[in-house]
Design a binder for this molecule. Structure first.
Ligand code: SF4
Ligand code: SF4
Length: 397
């Protein structure tokens, strides 16, 4: 994303269904309207095409990016002379393994389109730690290898709601470059959606996607990104700017873009103007695609059809998710009483009791700074009993 770019163009093109020929024509037109594929990638480049995989689901559930939209984008890239690699790392509850990728690709229809097109799917489950000194949240991220080893990244997202961030669009899609089971740790470290949104922008700043395409032929409404309901929008969108395409997608879904933490984080960083006046829409008549009664997530604006009940449920889910990451445990027999941990704790929840540090777990946000700072290896990371059960039953770890 170019920070200095003054006008961010987003194209919107009608696409009624996933017929291959029509989808290819619509995607080509959408990308041509924002400058053509050559404005984003160069022949000979290795391009990582990142779709939205989650755990892998049948295309008609609208949980994943439809394979026909992926096919259309990959074909354009291939015809342009690029070496295309398709992939994603699965969502929070899945181990990033070759076997899981194979199953997820198969059920989502990606193996079929890769074969049809003669391009490769990623099975490299390696990742590397990347320093992010300019990050506003976390300073190091594990990033999957294909996102680091390519020359360019093209992100092909799905227009879906999201219970935490309201929109699961282009900016949020990049969270998939964090390997599968590492994702819950980031949710625990940044449970506040505003901070989480800032972290998503930090990750985008690291991998710098080149081109964005949004599958809004069929979107998802309600409690996305996994448990919502398919809803027709009838369009594909393209842009060089992930926040601008997210703003346009929000409007199609009748969501207020200024309620979406990944968009407000981009505004904070001056990647977008606060009044969103620097976004230019081109292509078909935008107004015709707006779905006025699109169902927002039940968590949206703290309201929703099921009101307080849904919020009690969300609190329980967050509590459980928060149990999954391990917590720091101090082993006093190894402690040299240097108090570095006390000084490093950002929420000041390590007290000194009888000359030894003691952690107050109620306030602990599991940032692991204390663990990082302890030279004596007197702090280990261990799961509570609930965390162990959750890891076994839900995360199968
Ligand atoms: S940093 Fe380690 S050694 Fe130092 S006080 Fe904390 S637990 Fe003890
Ligand atoms: S106790 Fe350790 S992990 Fe918990 S908030 Fe403090 S520094 Fe972070």
């Amino acid at each position: 994303m170019s920070d200095g770019e003054s006008v961010k163009t987003v194209s919107v093109v009608r696409c009624e269904d996933y017929n291959r020929e029509k989808t290819c024509a619509a995607v080509r037109k959408a990308i041509d309207l924002v400058g053509g594929v050559g404005a984003f990638v160069t022949p000979g480049e290795k391009v990582f095409l990142k779709f939205n995989l989650l755990q892998g689901s049948a295309p008609e559930t609208c949980i994943t990016t439809n394979p026909e939209v992926v096919y259309a984008v990959a074909k354009l890239l291939k015809d342009h002379g690029c070496e295309v690699l398709l992939g994603d790392s699965p969502g929070s509850g899945s181990l990033y393994s070759e076997n899981n990728l194979k199953k997820a690709y198969e059920v989502s229809g990606y193996d079929k389109i890769a074969q049809d097109l003669g391009v490769l799917l990623n099975y490299d489950v390696g990742y590397r730690e990347v320093s992010a000194p300019g990050s506003t949240t976390i300073k190091r991220f594990p990033i999957i290898s294909p996102a680091l080893d390519c020359d360019a990244i093209v992100v092909v997202s799905k227009a879906k709601t999201h219970s935490l961030t309201y929109l699961s669009g282009a900016a949020k899609n990049i969270f998939g470059v964090i390997p599968g089971l590492d994702k819950p740790t980031y949710h625990a470290r940044l449970p506040d959606p505003v901070a989480f949104g800032r972290m998503i922008i930090d990750i985008n700043d690291i991998v710098k996607p080149n081109l964005q395409v949004m599958d809004a032929v069929m979107g998802m409404e309600g409690d996305g990104p996994h448990a919502g309901t398919p809803r027709k929008i009838g369009a594909v969108l393209a842009s060089g700017n992930y926040s601008a395409i997210d703003v346009a997608t929000c409007r199609l879904m009748s969501l207020d873009p200024l309620r979406v933490p990944t968009i407000t984080a981009a505004i904070e960083r001056e990647y977008l103007k606060g009044d969103l006046s620097d976004i230019s829409l081109v292509g078909d008549n935008f107004e015709e695609f707006i779905v006025k009664d699109y169902q927002c997530p039940s968590t949206y604006l703290g309201q929703g059809k099921s009101g307080g009940k849904s919020h009690r449920l969300m609190r329980l889910v967050f509590k459980l998710v928060n149990e999954y990451p391990p917590r720091p445990v101090i082993h006093t027999d190894r402690c040299t009483r240097c108090m570095k941990c006390v000084r490093s704790c950002p929420v000041k929840t390590i007290a000194v009791v009888d000359t030894l540090p003691r952690i107050g777990y109620k306030k602990c946000i599991k940032c692991y700074c204390c663990h990082e700072m302890c030279d004596s290896h007197a702090i280990t990371l261990e799961r509570t009993l609930a965390g162990k059960i959750l890891a076994k039953v839900v995360f199968r770890k």
